[in-house]
Design a protein around this ligand. Structure first.
Ligand SMILES: Nc1ncnc2c1ncn2[C@@H]1O[C@H](COP(=O)(O)OP(=O)(O)OP(=O)(O)O)[C@@H](O)[C@H]1O
Ligand SMILES: [Mg+2]
Length: 345
């Protein structure tokens, strides 16, 4: 995709939290470009920095967080470049929601039970200068229809009268209220049953087609991400360790961690009695390991993985990976795929 199509460019972004034990390196030297209309999925286990990265993009980090380095450049509809890290509070308020909206992780379970859905909508609209209640109502009803909700019923409901899946749709509609160019969905289908997950994914796919926004879709499940993404980035311990077109990542992963996520996905290992999973757990980010941060858990690690961090290198069109053993990972992945499912466990 051409350079001028980039709507959000993240360059060498690092974010630390100041904790009692010391600095916790939640995001380390992350770079990527999000193009117009593109869906980028961020995948990785709990604690790998997905939410922190996206709070950083929206400048919604808590006071204990420090954006240590990097640049976030947003291109608006008039083709003006805006450095998000330099916005004043007023410009930042405009940026949030009107330019870039976020559907927060777990928010469907923390809606205020005594506020009507319609008042949530009116409050959000008013906070961003949309004061014509009739217009706001029409826009909300139209969006409710698009996310396949019964518009009138939901508009006048209290959150507790709606199911988890319906509340998530309300939040998706709310995110789209001011017609943003970029929407961040943080684990939008986690904690929903499998059928509800599927219908939310279908809704998101249709919305993206119809409205043409760009999105960042956060998930710990590669199978879910693969259904919606154009591009997938694997995060481990605060770093992007692999990124590429969805089919490359899905069929030809090159990082041992991406392959591990694949083997750990229940939906991708149908017919297997036991999931391989990834042994161990993510490292302590106050004292991260030397070399490749994944080496302790990696079945393919060699001596240099322990001492020298591998750099991101190009292995295909738009496909980059930071792994010394990327060729072996590719072969291992192919061999696993070639086995009949029953022989895998
Ligand atoms: N407010 C905070 N103060 C200190 N450390 C934090 C804070 N928020 C997150 N962290 C730490 O930063 C790291 C990244 O956390 P983050 O929530 O971004 O991960 P995540 O990938 O979104 O995880 P999950 O899948 O569980 O949502 C973790 O080690 C976490 O413990
Ligand atoms: Mg998170």
């Amino acid at each position: 995709m051409a350079g001028q199509d980039v709507v959000l460019s993240v360059q060498d972004l690092s974010i630390d939290y100041l904790t009692r034990r010391g600095r916790l390196q939640a995001v380390s030297h992350v770079s990527f470009d999000l193009h117009r209309g593109e869906t980028l999925a961020l995948i990785g286990e709990s604690g790998c920095g997905k939410s922190t990265l996206n709070f950083g993009l929206m400048r919604l980090l808590p006071k204990t967080a420090r954006t240590e380095a990097g640049k976030i450049v947003y291109t608006d509809r008039q083709n003006r470049s805006i450095n998000i890290l330099e916005l004043n509070p007023r410009a930042l308020r405009r940026f949030r929601w009107s330019e870039c909206a976020m559907v927060f992780q777990g928010a469907q379970n923390s809606l205020n039970p005594v506020i009507h859905v319609r008042d949530m909508i009116f409050d959000t609209a008013r906070a961003h200068g949309m004061n014509n209640r009739n217009e706001v109502r029409q826009r909300a009803l139209e969006l409710f229809r698009k996310v396949r909700l019964d518009p009138d019923r939901v508009f006048n409901a209290y959150p507790h009268e709606l199911s988890g899946g319906m509340r998530q749709r309300v939040l998706i509609a709310l995110g789209l209220l001011l017609n943003p160019q970029v929407v961040i969905f943080d684990e939008p289908t986690t904690a929903l049953d499998i059928l509800t997950q599927r219908s939310i994914l279908n809704v998101l796919r249709d919305l993206k087609e119809e409205l043409g926004f760009s999105s960042i879709f956060i998930s710990h499940d590669l199978a879910v991400a693969a259904e919606i993404a154009d591009t997938v980035a694997t995060m481990y311990a605060g770093e992007i360790v692999e990124m590429g077109p969805v089919n490359d990542i899905f069929y030809e992963p090159r990082h041992a961690y991406t392959l591990g996520l694949m083997e750990a996905s229940p939906r991708l290992s149908v017919g297997r009695e036991e999931l391989e999973g990834i042994p161990g757990s993510p490292p302590d980010l106050v004292e991260p390991p030397t070399g490749c941060k994944f080496h302790i858990r990696c079945p393919l690690a060699i001596e240099s993985c322990k001492t020298t961090p591998p750099q991101l290198e190009r292995v295909g069109a738009g496909h980059i990976v930071a792994c010394y053993k990327s060729n072996e990972v590719l072969e291992k992945g192919k061999a696993l795929r070639a086995l009949p499912a029953t022989h895998l466990s």
